[in-house]
Design a protein around this ligand. Structure first.
Ligand SMILES: [Zn+2]
Length: 169
């Protein structure tokens, strides 16, 4: 099932998501649906609040279907190590049409669980590092625009408000 992507302005994106405690078939179906929804939206990462479900679940595939082994399911993730800094253009499915330069760690290690509840650790560099912190931020109710200047953030907010008024958001 393909879920519509929730856009910036919906409060579900700005509240911390709930810890997952039950690892059942329903959860695994949701994870499959999240991959499907992410690919349909042409994204490389998706957090459950972005489909209106306030649970600590994220899916990532920085190869966008090219390498099935690159598919990552991260449940209840925590960033346990970061290294270096890298500034690069970043976007978000919940803020379509906008992109900004964001400085993130160059290398990131996240710890969490997979869809069966098994403890896992994922280390990534560059784009994967960026996806790991971006998606973990989502689960903490944070969007990438919290990492840019207040001036740029206000500009985006104003544009979004205008689009909302026009019924185009
Ligand atoms: Zn995002």
């Amino acid at each position: 099932m393909i879920y519509p992507i929730v856009k910036y302005g919906d409060p579900v994106l700005e509240k911390p998501a709930a810890t997952v405690t039950v690892f059942d078939d329903e959860l695994r179906k949701l994870v499959d649906d999240m991959f499907e929804s992410m690919y349909a939206a042409h994204g490389v990462g998706l957090a459950a609040p972005q489909i209106g479900i306030s649970k600590r679940i994220a899916v990532i595939d920085v190869t966008f279907k090219e390498d099935p082994k690159a598919k990552i399911v991260l449940i209840n993730p925590e960033i346990v190590h970061t290294e270096g800094r890298l500034t690069s253009n970043e976007g978000c499915l919940s803020l379509p049409e906008f992109r900004e330069n964001v400085t993130r760690p160059r290398k990131v290690t996240a710890r969490g669980q997979d869809a069966t509840g098994k403890e896992i650790e994922v280390t990534g560099e560059e784009l994967l590092a960026r996806a790991l912190v971006h998606e973990t931020d989502h689960l903490n109710g944070k969007l990438y625009i919290s990492h840019i200047s207040a001036l740029k953030r206000d500009l985006i907010r104003r544009k979004v408000r205008k689009l909302m008024k026009q019924g185009e958001w």
